[in-house]
Design a protein around this ligand. Structure first.
Ligand code: IDP
Length: 137
């Protein structure tokens, strides 16, 4: 049974480009309630730990550098069928391939700077949420 929570981060490009407000508005209008939110500037080591699952991928170094380049906005979100619906709301990894109206289509710069993260499973949503909000919410 799907849980009701997912985890997201507004990534450095979207924060720098001034899209934090419109992205949160789109998330709330899609029916999500913000359970936890903060602004953080990751170190490269912390970014590396968060994305450890990708450490064998060729873009791992670039990804960690990018995610620690500027502040991000991590959030825990709540809604029925949260994980699957949120992946639909953000769109494909590559904004050029994302559907019209999705967050990545509207606000992302590129494949590597793609505006927003969304957990891909209930299990990862719990792990990733705990990474940023260890005391739970
Ligand atoms: P997802 O974020 O849509 O789940 P993943 O394949 O899990 O996509 O990749 C994690 C993140 O790594 C992406 O959101 C993007 O920022 C970055 N990324 C993925 N593929 C590439 C690539 O080919 N080049 C550079 N960065 C990439």
């Amino acid at each position: 049974m799907p849980t009701n929570r997912t985890f997201t981060m507004i990534k450095p490009d979207a924060v720098i480009d001034g899209f934090t407000g419109p992205i949160i508005q789109q998330i709330e209008e899609a029916g999500y309630r913000i359970v936890a939110i903060k602004k953080v500037h990751l170190t490269p080591e912390e970014a590396g730990k968060f994305y450890e699952v990708h450490k064998e991928r060729p873009f791992y170094g670039e990804l960690c550098e990018y995610m620690s380049s500027n502040p991000i906005i991590p959030m825990i979100l709540e809604k029925e069928n949260a994980v699957a619906d949120f992946r639909e709301l953000i769109g494909a990894t590559d904004p050029a391939k994302a559907a019209e109206g999705t967050i990545r289509k509207r606000f992302a710069r590129s494949l590597s700077s793609n505006a927003i993260h969304g957990s891909d499973s209930d299990e990862n949503a719990a792990i990733e949420g705990a990474f940023f909000f260890p005391n739970g919410n």
